[in-house]
Design a protein around this ligand. Sequence first.
Ligand SMILES: [Zn+2]
Length: 391
Amino acid sequence: MHKFLADIVFPVAQSPIKNGVVITDDKGKIVDITPFELHDEGTVLKFSGAIVPGFINTHCHLELSHLKGKAKTGTGLIDFIKQVVTQRATNGEEIDNAIIIAENEMLQNGIVAVGDISNQTDTFLQKSKGNLRYHTFVECFDFMRTEEAKAIFDKYVEVYEKLILPTGHKKSLVPHANYSVSETLFALINNRNETNSTISIHNQETPAEEDLFLKGESEFTSFFGNIGFKMDDIKTVGLPAIYYALKNLKPTDTILFVHNTLTQAKEIIAAQNLFPKTYWATCPNANLYIENRLPDYKQFIESNAALCIGTDSLTSNWQLSILEEMKTIQQYQSSMPFEIILKWATINGAKALQFDDTLGSIEKGKTPGLVLLENFDGEKLTKNTKAKRLI
Ligand SMILES: [Zn+2]
């Protein structure tokens, strides 16, 4: 048995407790949360700051970790994609080492679970060690080449089948983005996944994506045309990009829309009406890195949207830390209460990845991990606030 005392405990599932004591068994399972008065001083481990549940990173591409610092900031999504495509290939050892370092960085920063996008098998060995709980999204794209969709899909199924899941981990096949997946490929993905899967999709990240669906052409048309991809199968014209996904996703699944930089209230509500289990992953630092703009969080809050947080990959971020993402949100939305952002960083992410059986809140019977936030008064994160993993 272990007793952790802090100035304030945020269980997430209930109100914060000043001078709260979290009691766990030797395996980190929560036994109780009680006020300090019930304990002898000598029996508790005392910490200055706040105790919160382990963080959930709902969007990462661990396999791109070796590209850290290689893409220029603020150039926009199309230029960013070009930089990734041209620099991605390197030797296996460099890729493997970067994955190990990146995973360890997440562990140190108090992250306990990750929704990780994989196009390839590079991360599977590290995932098999079970250091973090992963929901692996094997991501498919055919750039609207309908006639090749089946052959392309079969290659991704091969990747999917190579991933042997450690206990408690999950996997699903997912579409990359609205602009890169044909309706044929969508149908193949839907048919292959188990019922009630979590499906992640990059959504409304850049004006070129919106224009493509609204006007039928944009910067994307020539970009993809130049690299030999066919765009004339885009069928939804005259509506924002998300409607293409809404038409092709399955309502029984849990849907995780990622980025949503341009998503408006009307679209948020349309999605939530069609898909009762809709989650919105925001990756603020990656948005600032690539496009230098953020989603309009107010529209999400007013639409009762379940937001969660992702770091994206080290290709488009300076670090892999949910706390740093929370700081950025608070910096741009200073009226947003800490408790709301903490919900995004923990329980909402756990629900989106379907890991809320054990993670996301400090509740009896769960093993959420405990993170100490040092240099934190319980209300405002500052640049000196640090996350330290307790368990
Ligand atoms: Zn991404």
